[in-house]
Design a protein around this ligand. Sequence first.
Ligand code: PLI
Length: 506
Amino acid sequence: MQATALLDAAGASVPCARSRAAEVPDPTGLLALYNRSGQPQAAIVSALAEPYRIKAVESVHVPTRAEREAAIADAGYNTFLLRSRDVYIDLLTDSGTGAMSDRQWSALMVGDEAYAGATSFYRLEAAVRDVYGFRYVVPTHQGRGAEHLISQILIKQGQYVPGNMYFTTTRAHQELAGGVFVDVIIDEAHDPRAPHPFKGNVDLAKLAGLIDRVGAANIAYVNVAVTVNMAGGQPVSMANLRAVSELCHRHNILLWCDATRLVENAYFIHEREEGYADRPVAEIVRAMMSYFDGCTMSGKKDALVNIGGFLAMNDESVLQRARELVVLFEGMPTYGGLAGRDMEAMAVGIREMVDDQYIAHRIHQVRYLGQQLLDAGVPIVEPIGGHAVFLDARRFLPHLDQELLPAQALAAQLYVDSGVRSMERGIVSAGRDPQTGRNHIPKLELVRLTIPRRVYTDRHMDVVAQSVIDVFGHREDIHGLRMVYEPPTLRFFNARFAPIRDGGPA
Ligand code: PLI
């Protein structure tokens, strides 16, 4: 294991995944392209190097192999339960882990901490109006706060909530409110190898069939996520959004958006959908949002903050209900669980997230990692998505049945190999059906290597790639895990596991 061997031999030294020196000065021709073009495209600039300078740094501890083995055992083989000081490169999530800009840090100082009517709220409201186009906004402490509010407002006991694949917290809040989630994503989304450019699309026949079968009155609302996290960060096309909106509104069904990773989706539309190549991402974002009645939003992703979220909408009656409920669960409608400074940072982040160069680089960096894995024959979800590279644990570990929790075991092994932290997105995350108590059996059994925004360089991606390739070379050594503690809800966060050795129990 090359990366690990270097890590272990040198203690705290950085493993040399691949020498880039030989590739200087311009192996890709990008520099020449940049020099020649009067107005270089964001994609060209961002593929040259990170489009930012580093102004503050955080040192990381690089644990030894012995430390890593002890840490993962202490964590019950659940990467969520590791301490961050024991992690070298943290790809657990892109949620709240981004680096704020100098402008965001300065904005913290002007945070208005008034209990009611804070100026910071109005600056957030203005940013949401300008960038998303929704009239009203109710801040929440993070995305699930907004999911809680909208589920309580729109769902009546037993109603269906169709969506383009489940997300853990979204479905949990829908079920808590008495709703029944129905997956209406296209079939290709469940196939890691299907090359569809918009694998997040809603299957219109599935949605129309559900409306016919149960009746529009039994559908609380339709929830469309852009991009689709659990499918591998896959986008939805503008054409699909338009068609879903027409279908829903023809039946008087509200269409809600999970806008958590909206900007990444907009960039894919810019790249892949006819008619959008010359349109800035900011314009595509506005066009996408025009099809929705409102959105839930985790500011911890797109909006480049460490905490924050909101619910946005056009409808005044939904706004009124949201204001009634937010005081119960989050705080006053002008702060919703956030400090004034948090709202300031989010308002600035919302404007920064639609910078073409920034988002082009983000997508480039995810692809840069994914392409190295594809070149080495490592099975990943394709096309490479917006926020993460997803290892396909079924093909990575074909010798393990799904009940041996291959993705969980692979995430644990990757950590032991190099100190890289990733996350299971398979049978453990899928949880149980609340009605039958049986495990959901997802077709996708994945490990997510999630890239925080503006935090790591492409060199970090080299190290991650080398470690994954090393583990792939020794995949027969992974024997699976069994769950020894299962929490009743959102079990993946706190579950504990024990290794199965050589095919038998630990
Ligand atoms: O973590 P929150 O509560 O700010 O947001 C919840 C949430 C809602 N929708 C989607 C698509 C998400 O990805 C999401 C949170 N995602 C996390 C924490 C993640 O690691 O992907």
